[in-house]
Design a protein around this ligand. Structure first.
Ligand code: NAD
Length: 338
């Protein structure tokens, strides 16, 4: 495949790049600026150099059309976008990037229909309303959407536009709805705090996860592989699918973290506020239509994350700027055992 990956320098993007390259596919990353920081946490510099970079903003239709045409792109994974806090702080910019930018990606693909065979794009579990709006789960995709953030509304809008692009033009697409994705490279967004807690505990620093209740923990490598399988497996139409990893409480996450890093017992604390998004979502439809999809247990996912963070730390390459609310530049810490 010749894959255009929007937002490929972000967290999930980095893991998708790694998997695509391992499988021998060609990758073009379209992102605002060249920032291979997250890729270099999980790949060698030689591997990172195999992914080519196209500077561009997804709201720029001409850049997208040029990228698809000049590189003979056959498949698109669309991840670029702003997360919940950014959309809350500036809904107009949020809509410009998340809604108009996504429309531009679909419009560019429509103009290259035939060459471009499919788009797999990141929607979000944030299209659902609060858990108490729904009957007991696991919930299928066809319950009413009731997003309670601008971000969730924008994602729901994208799902509708994707459906219309299929109805009117036959453009095949799959939208995936991740929940709390965790792993090395997760440093932005509302649900980045469990990953930050893992990093802080490893370093012997205290960390408070500001939310609590239930969520669905999805290991990033599983999510990355799922996006790629959705590009490859037979499919026709335009559909959105829930993902499902480990549905559990933040307390259970904390206890599992303590099994891997016992010092987390005293260092990590958990809040009590439930995020207002239904958390018990069924992935039966995804497994039936495109599965089986990989599922790493929470214990294994935390263990793998700790192992990778520890390696980076020992090499003096662990970026800790996400643990400091005021920091803006990447910072690394010396590899000293706590
Ligand atoms: N991480 C999660 O837990 C999670 C959960 C649900 C949905 N999602 C969705 O998955 C996608 C990827 O998430 P992530 O955690 O990797 O995000 P991220 O914030 O780490 O990465 C987003 C990337 O998009 C790029 N980008 C932003 N605006 C752009 C623009 N106008 N043009 C081009 N590139 C632009 C950024 O530079 C960045 O590299 C997003 O659409 C997000 O909404 C993520």
């Amino acid at each position: 495949m010749r894959v255009l990956l929007t937002g490929g320098y972000g967290f999930i993007g980095a893991w998708i790049v790694r998997n695509l390259l391992q499988q021998g596919h060609q990758v073009w990353i379209l992102d605002l600026r060249e920032d291979p920081r997250r890729l270099l946490q999980i790949m060698t510099a030689d591997q990172v150099a195999q992914a080519r970079f196209i500077p561009g903003d997804i709201t720029d239709l001409a850049v997208l059309c040029q990228a698809l045409e000049s590189h003979g792109i056959t498949h698109i994974i669309h991840l670029a976008g702003l997360q919940v806090p950014a959309c809350r702080a500036d809904p107009l910019t949020g809509a410009r990037v998340n809604v108009l930018g996504t429309l531009a990606v679909f419009e560019a693909a429509r103009r290259m229909l035939g060459q471009v065979q499919r788009i797999v794009y990141a929607s979000s579990a944030a299209v659902y309303g609060p858990p108490d709006r729904y009957p007991a789960g696991p919930l299928p995709e066809d319950v009413p959407l009731a997003p309670s953030t601008h971000y969730g509304v924008f994602k729901a809008c994208n799902e509708g536009n994707a459906r219309v692009y299929f109805l009117e033009h036959g453009l095949v697409s799959i939208g995936l709805r991740p929940w709390t994705v965790y792993g090395v490279g997760r440093d932005l967004g509302l649900t980045s705090e469990p990953t930050k807690a893992i990093k802080a505990a490893l370093l012997g620093r205290p960390w408070h996860i500001s939310f609590g209740g239930w969520t669905d923990f999805q290991y990033v490598d599983d999510v990355a592989q799922t996006f790629i399988l959705c590009l490859q497996r037979p499919f026709h139409g335009a559909r959105c699918y829930n993902l499902r990893g480990t549905v559990t409480t933040l307390q259970e996450f904390h206890q599992t973290l303590c099994q891997v890093l016992p010092q987390a017992e005293r260092l990590v604390t958990v809040g009590s506020t439930q995020i207002a998004i239904a958390y018990d979502l069924s992935d039966d439809a995804l497994q039936r239509d495109l599965g089986p999809m990989p599922k790493t247990s929470l214990l294994q996912g935390i263990q793998q994350t700790v192992d990778l963070f520890r390696q980076l730390w020992q090499q003096g390459r662990l970026d800790t700027s996400d643990l400091q609310t005021t920091a803006s530049l990447p910072q690394t810490v010396a590899p000293v055992e706590p």
